[in-house]
Design a protein around this ligand. Structure first.
Ligand SMILES: NC(=O)c1ccc[n+]([C@@H]2O[C@H](COP(=O)([O-])OP(=O)(O)OC[C@H]3O[C@@H](n4cnc5c(N)ncnc54)[C@H](OP(=O)(O)O)[C@@H]3O)[C@@H](O)[C@H]2O)c1
Length: 219
């Protein structure tokens, strides 16, 4: 069983991932920014640790991440402004990647976004800033020596999952349920052979385990 640190543990994807990982017997720590979120995480069997990605540096994160095997970054500014997006979605993963290298933690799962997201819509500076932040974070992590996986989901929905996805290196754009994102992350964590890969994800027609087995066979 792995010791897993989740950044964004209280979010739509992160919360679903916490449930799956604790139920599978993993030892999970969840970062939260509001004191009142601690009880909810504890009730899921997650060890809560308070911190705000707006201000946490690699130096602050290093001791938090020590003694973990895996880090998941599924935090996001969720449209709360350009400055917050640049910091949380853009610089956040970079601070985390640096902290992991200092702490000797090698396995990093970063939730990013499809580069094609928003195509066909009116250009919007806030969205452009978001996409730039995601891409810069991906580029930084992909250049690192970590055993990273960058997962790029399509538009997220709250549909109940049915274990039917499409996962690949280059997909047509689509939507994907947060449940499927969490299920795919949990399955990837159980497949350490898949590493240093950027994987796109939508709802589809292949079971999660089969879709990831096919990717693993391609390696
Ligand atoms: N929406 C989409 O269609 C879409 C598409 C592709 C990729 N994504 C990405 O997928 C990821 C997961 O999305 P989601 O729907 O699960 O997001 P979400 O529900 O908005 O959750 C975001 C998480 O980040 C945390 N967070 C925000 N600011 C923080 C801070 N300053 N310090 C620490 N934690 C902070 C939130 O904490 P609180 O609970 O305190 O708010 C929450 O746990 C995000 O990275 C998002 O950008 C989204």
């Amino acid at each position: 069983m792995a010791r897993i640190f989740i950044i964004g543990a209280t979010g739509g994807v992160g919360n679903r991932l916490c449930k799956r990982l604790t139920q599978a017997g993993h030892d999970v720590t969840g970062l939260h920014r509001k004191p009142e979120q601690a009880d909810h995480l504890s009730a899921l069997g997650v060890t809560p640790i308070e911190g705000d990605i707006m201000t946490l540096t690699a130096h602050d994160l290093e001791p938090m991440l020590e003694a973990h095997d895996v880090v998941v970054f599924s935090a996001g500014a969720a449209g709360s402004g350009m400055e917050r997006t640049a910091r949380i979605d853009g610089e956040g993963p970079r601070e985390v990647a640096e902290a992991m290298q200092r702490a000797g933690v090698s396995r990093f799962y970063l939730v990013s976004a499809f580069p094609e997201a928003g195509r066909g819509r009116e250009p919007n500076p806030g969205f452009e800033n978001y996409m730039l932040a995601k891409k810069e974070a991906d580029a930084f992590v992909a250049r690192s020596a970590l055993d990273w996986v960058i997962l790029r989901p399509g538009t997220l929905t709250d549909e109940e999952g049915n274990d039917q996805i499409t996962a690949g290196y280059a997909l047509s754009y689509g939507s994907v349920s947060r449940d499927h994102v969490a299920q795919t992350l949990a399955a990837l964590i159980d497949m350490p052979q898949i590493k240093r890969e950027i994987i796109e994800l939508t709802d589809g027609n292949t079971r999660v385990s089969d879709a990831l087995d096919a990717l693993r066979r391609d390696l």
